[in-house]
Design a protein around this ligand. Structure first.
Ligand SMILES: Cc1cc2nc3c(=O)[nH]c(=O)nc-3n(C[C@H](O)[C@H](O)[C@H](O)COP(=O)(O)O)c2cc1C
Length: 197
């Protein structure tokens, strides 16, 4: 497997620095208990008023291959191409409505936090996990009769790590390329937004 720790400017927790989005997956099954553990991690994410607007539709190849295949079919062709060995697909949904039926303005923020918890717990378990926006949300809704109030935000695939060399050349290269981020002074303004920016 490829280790790709973030080349951070200062030390951060190894769990955060070590998480990345692999595409080289092995064929080995992922234990159901590990799937439950990543969902438990998501359960403890923070949310506005502790509303917990995240919902997950979970597809395990080893438990229900037919449902997994139907979920896999919602991925865009590029994502299908490198997910052939994926063992688990998790659709991350946000409940867009409050108990009163009004719009919950924090739903996506909170469900995104829960999605990150899935990625981090999977990484902590030594698994490969990769979030994807490249899927057909309407097809997912139709296929699995997901009610309108729930918005599908991402699909997360999970597998055991495979070898980058097994990927097509272009993807193998991306798999091992240096990781890049905006500079800290581009994303964080101390003391207010600078007038000149
Ligand atoms: C909401 C979201 C959607 C993404 N969609 C895709 C996708 O459809 N296909 C893909 O290969 N990667 C996808 N990614 C992965 C990003 O490309 C990746 O997180 C980014 O390049 C940073 O790399 P890192 O996660 O390894 O640090 C997505 C990530 C997020 C958070």
């Amino acid at each position: 497997m490829t280790h790709r720790p973030a080349p951070t400017d200062i030390d951060i927790h190894p769990l955060l620095a070590g998480r990345w989005s692999p595409r080289a997956y092995a064929q080995q099954p992922v234990a159901h208990e590990q799937v439950v553990a990543v969902l438990e991690a998501a359960r403890w994410a923070p949310s506005a008023y502790n509303v917990q607007p995240w919902r997950f539709v979970v597809f395990e190849k080893g438990q229900d291959a037919a449902a997994f295949e139907r979920a896999f079919a919602t991925l865009v062709p590029f994502n299908q191409s490198w997910n052939a060995h994926a063992q688990v697909l998790i659709a991350v949904l946000a409940d867009t409505l409050t108990a009163k039926g009004t719009i919950n303005p924090s739903a996506s923020y909170d469900a995104g936090a829960a999605g990150l918890a899935v990625l981090l717990q999977a990484h902590a378990l030594g698994l490969a996990a990769h979030a994807m926006g490249g899927f057909d949300a309407a097809k997912l809704r139709d296929t699995f009769a997901i009610p309108e109030r729930y918005q599908a935000l991402s699909m997360i695939s999970i597998a055991h790590h495979g070898e980058a060399e097994a990927l097509p050349a272009a993807l193998a290269e991306r798999e091992q390329a240096p990781r890049a981020r905006l500079a800290l002074d581009e994303i964080a303004k101390f003391g207010g937004w600078p007038e000149s920016a």
